[in-house]
Design a protein around this ligand. Structure first.
Ligand code: ADP
Ligand code: 5GP
Length: 193
């Protein structure tokens, strides 16, 4: 069995990608996280080089021209996000596992680029109201931005069928259990002390 090296988490905003990537990272502390580039402003608690590499739109556009990204998207109007290619190549060379948090289009594009080494996961919730509640509770977006994210979420939910698996995340315990089994089935058993 060729083990996958890339576990991509995609979902509408607020579904729980960041939370679940952190969970997997806590189980397998030698896994790396793919730090994307973005042209959006950092949130107060975000650190450059850890959460994202924050760059200007001009810088981002120049990087597109030099084929710096495996995939990139204008996820929200004027806000660009992209996966740098070099860390991916390094992981392939060193057989190291990488966790990625990408929007739905980006997740499918990444899977297309590395089909044999990628498990593309869609983080699902049963109702858009759950997303709305979580986004409000997170308090990181303005009301207008929450509405924009929910509008986009409706369309993104329809793409779930194209992913390798849907991680059910109405309740965290259910998602964790699902992920434990999924990692095990791909040759990464979860060992608890
Ligand atoms: P994303 O990265 O997909 O935008 P986050 O991981 O930031 O989503 O989750 C959005 C908010 O919802 C956060 O405040 C997070 O703590 C919370 N959250 C995530 N999963 C669950 C869950 N299963 N039950 C309740 N709250 C959750
Ligand atoms: P946020 O602004 O909330 O951090 O992220 C917004 C969206 O951009 C999320 O859905 C996140 O998964 C996505 N995203 C983050 N990095 C990338 C990337 O490199 N490529 C793509 N396509 N989407 C990304």
């Amino acid at each position: 069995m060729i083990k996958p090296l890339f576990f991509v988490f995609s979902a509408p905003s607020g579904a729980g990608k960041t939370t679940l990537v952190r969970y997997i990272k806590s189980l397998f502390d030698h896994f790396d996280f793919s730090v994307s580039y973005t042209s959006r402003e950092p949130r107060p608690y975000e650190k450059n080089g850890i959460d994202y590499f924050f760059v200007s739109e001009e810088d981002f556009r120049n990087k597109i021209k030099t084929d710096f990204f495996v995939e990139w998207e204008e996820v929200y109007p004027g806000h660009f996000y992209g996966t740098p290619r070099q860390p991916i190549l390094n992981c392939l060379r060193d057989e190291r596992v990488l966790l990625l948090d990408l929007d739905v289009r980006g997740g499918l594009a990444f899977k297309k680029a590395y089909p044999d080494r990628t498990v593309a996961l869609f983080v699902g919730v049963s109702d858009l109201k759950i997303l709305e509640q979580r986004l409000r509770k997170r308090k990181t977006e303005s009301e207008a931005k929450i509405q924009m994210r929910l509008e986009k979420a409706r369309l993104e939910m329809e793409q779930a069928v194209f992913f390798d698996a849907i991680v059910p995340n109405d309740r965290l315990e259910e998602a964790y259990q699902f992920l434990d089994q999924l990692m095990e089935s791909h040759g990464y058993p979860v060992r608890r002390s």
